[in-house]
Design a protein around this ligand. Structure first.
Ligand code: HEM
Length: 161
């Protein structure tokens, strides 16, 4: 009887991790650098409703990418036995990945449904442009943080940490 080929679990986990991060952070970069600036061309009262319509669709995808990034990351962590690095000077890149992931999980699964969207709509009903600018600033900060974490993850995983 021929033995079944062994699945290359590690490369598959890493591929799932990187693909989910690419789709998640790439989508966020598109919203930040293309969608939010382009909304300025709509009448002020339509800017936030248009954003929420786009965000409703992207938010669904982002939740899936965040779950896959977290699950594959946990799998990599366990298989590579890197738990001991967490909380040490050489493991700061790992802590940064996990902290960023936790921040996004909170935003997408707790804060948005609980109050963020409602607060945004209230603010937009007073001043649509001020709400768009606030949203743009928040996205710029999150994107800068995401790019920093990706760079730190690559440098750390390649042994520069
Ligand atoms: C619960 C959350 C996460 C965990 C437990 C986790 C864990 C890991 C582990 C163990 C590796 C493999 C390191 C190696 O090959 O030595 C890795 C790779 C990587 N992670 Fe994460 N990660 C998480 C979230 C994230 C997030 C949020 C990002 C980006 C914003 C990210 C970006 C990356 C990148 C770019 C690599 C590839 C590094 C390389 O091989 O050069 N991870 N992650």
């Amino acid at each position: 009887m021929t033995a079944l080929p062994r699945l290359p679990i590690m490369p598959l986990l890493l591929a799932a991790h990187i693909l989910s991060v690419v789709l998640w952070i790439g989508g966020m970069a598109f919203v930040t650098t293309v969608v939010l600036p382009a909304l300025a061309r709509l009448p002020a009262g339509q800017r936030i409703p248009a954003f929420l319509e786009i965000e409703r669709r992207f938010g669904r995808q982002a939740r899936v990418w965040v779950l896959i990034a977290g699950a594959s990351g946990a799998g990599l962590l366990a298989r590579l036995h890197l738990e001991g690095l967490m909380g040490t000077a050489h493991g700061l890149w790992l802590d940064a990945m996990i902290a960023f992931w936790g921040l996004f999980a909170l935003l997408l699964f707790v804060a948005e449904p609980a109050f963020l969207h409602r607060r945004l709509q209230e603010r937009a009903s007073r001043d649509g442009e001020a709400a768009r600018v606030l949203l743009l600033r928040g996205h710029v900060v999150l994107l800068a943080l995401a790019l920093f974490v990706v760079a730190a993850a690559v440098l750390g995983a390649q042994g520069a940490g």
